[in-house]
Write a protein that binds this ligand. Structure first.
Ligand SMILES: CC(C)(COP(=O)(O)OP(=O)(O)OC[C@H]1O[C@@H](n2cnc3c(N)ncnc32)[C@H](O)[C@@H]1OP(=O)(O)O)[C@@H](O)C(=O)NCCC(=O)NCCS
Length: 220
């Protein structure tokens, strides 16, 4: 094993189009630089926290610190895996998901973003399908949740297109000083199985499982 103390560095999820991998610090700097080039248009805030409009270099530093925090805080009862999305050897975005007491609940929540230049080309769907494959096939998840503001048509498009169902709504902080309507989405194991792809590969997962509180994955 190349990274016995932090086996996540050996974990990859590969589709014909993209690779998801747990970033080392070089990957994180690439991700930070990508965030500096823009994540959305200035008049549209897709996130609860307005990290994506913080002026440089605090935005880039914030991207690093967020990733380091998830890494440092990971425990079997409460974890979040933040992957970089790599296409043609370039970091083009981030796909994360996490869980609390996963061994009990088998439930995950996810979030993602792509650099502006990489949006609207089907990559959002591809990386979400890669993440769902890891969650359901690799970890034995039973349900995956997601949410997006009601005018975030790209994120809503990804969720509906890969099989999530609408799951109600909620008011939620939006950026610095607004409140927005979040549409909630969910996909359960059965709906995922009906859409399961057979061209997605998971590498290096086994040594990670105990660190995520998983002794036996239901799907494997
Ligand atoms: C959300 C995001 C990850 C989606 O990725 P993407 O690569 O742009 O989306 P895709 O090209 O895979 O499109 C997914 C679906 O949404 C549709 N879609 C994409 N952009 C759209 C838009 N602007 N308006 C309407 N539909 C859109 C696509 O047609 C596709 O649906 P289909 O399969 O039925 O054709 C990306 O747009 C992004 O990073 N946005 C900014 C950050 C963000 O909003 N993050 C999510 C916060 S909840």
């Amino acid at each position: 094993m190349a990274n016995p103390y932090w086996p996540f560095f050996d974990l990859k999820v590969r589709t014909p189009l993209v690779e998801l991998r747990v970033p080392d610090d070089d990957d994180l700097v690439e991700l930070a630089n990508l965030s500096a080039k823009g994540v959305h248009s200035p008049d549209f805030m897709p996130f609860n926290i307005a990290w994506s409009i913080v002026p440089s270099p605090d935005r880039e530093r914030g991207v690093l610190q967020w990733a380091w925090r998830q890494r440092g805080a990971l425990s079997p009862d409460d974890w979040r895996l933040e992957f970089v999305v790599v296409k043609d050897s370039q970091v083009i975005g981030a796909q994360g998901f996490g869980a609390q007491r996963f061994s009990l609940t088998r439930v995950i929540n996810s979030g993602s973003w792509l650099g502006l230049a990489h949006q609207g080309q089907g990559v959002g769907k591809e990386m979400r399908q890669a993440m769902l494959h890891l969650a359901f096939e690799g970890l034995g998840a039973e349900v995956a949740y997601s949410a997006a503001f009601d005018d975030n048509l790209a994120s809503i498009g990804v969720s509906r297109s890969v099989g999530y169902e609408d799951n109600g709504d909620e008011l939620s902080p939006r950026g610095e000083d607004a409140v927005g309507r979040h549409i909630r989405f969910k996909i359960d194991r059965q709906r995922w199985l009906e859409r399961r792809r057979d061209d997605i590969e998971i590498v290096g997962l086994d040594p990670c499982l105990p660190l995520l509180g998983i002794t036996a994955a239901a799907g494997t």
